[in-house]
Design a protein around this ligand. Sequence first.
Ligand SMILES: [Zn+2]
Length: 274
Amino acid sequence: MPELPEVETFRRFLLQGVSGSPSILGKQIENAEVLWEGSLAFPALEQFLDQIQGQFVTGVSRRGKNLLVSLSDQTLIIHLRMSGELVVEKKTNPKGKHYRIILNFSDQYRLAFNNIRKFGRIWLTADPDSVVGHLGPEPLGEDFTAQRFHKLLHNHNRQLKYFLLDQTLIAGMGNIYTDETLYRARLHPARISSTLSVAESKLLWKSMREVLKEGIQNHGSSIDWMYKGGDYQKYLSVYNLEGKLCQRCNTPIERIKIAQRSTYYCPSCQMLPE
Ligand SMILES: [Zn+2]
């Protein structure tokens, strides 16, 4: 599933364009096509088609794992979920088999929401907070300090894996970056959040931000989902590496289940305190 770095990669790609795909900034939406209605979370089909046409794209931002495309009057919010991806291409290209929603621009381009597994969702609303208002702070936000993180950890008695995956506590982390963050910080995924010392909280905060930034620099990772452009999977230390040797201590990486998710860690570098 795309996590913060992968969604951030899409944000930059939509805003800046990549080879063969221009930026969508400033483009006017001529009309929309909804090929699978289940992808549309809000509003109802007819209102969506009616409201979106004629609006201009004025910005592209991100909140957690959600992409927010600012339009003249409203915001289009896209959650890619499992296998969603976005394609900017010429309208003359053949349509993909798994295109669910298409925005046709007034020039020769379109934006297509491609989604094999159909879990992705799109909202069109004048009140983005109604969709993303429940999310916790952005881990890379300037106001998200180590002190604030320490307080947040201590306000909850949650296993760190649960804590970091909970989007209402912190926005944008998923399975890959959570396991990599905990490995870097040498913390056991089942450690209880409120037991972390100030120094441990700070190391976790620093590790999370480093891992996310490295993910973004490498355009995300290309495992578990459709997006093929990322390289970060080459730099993973524990995720999906059960049985491989820890780079720090040569102990085999183990896989356990926490929060119903496969969790990879080094049993020797990431010990639970006695
Ligand atoms: Zn180790």
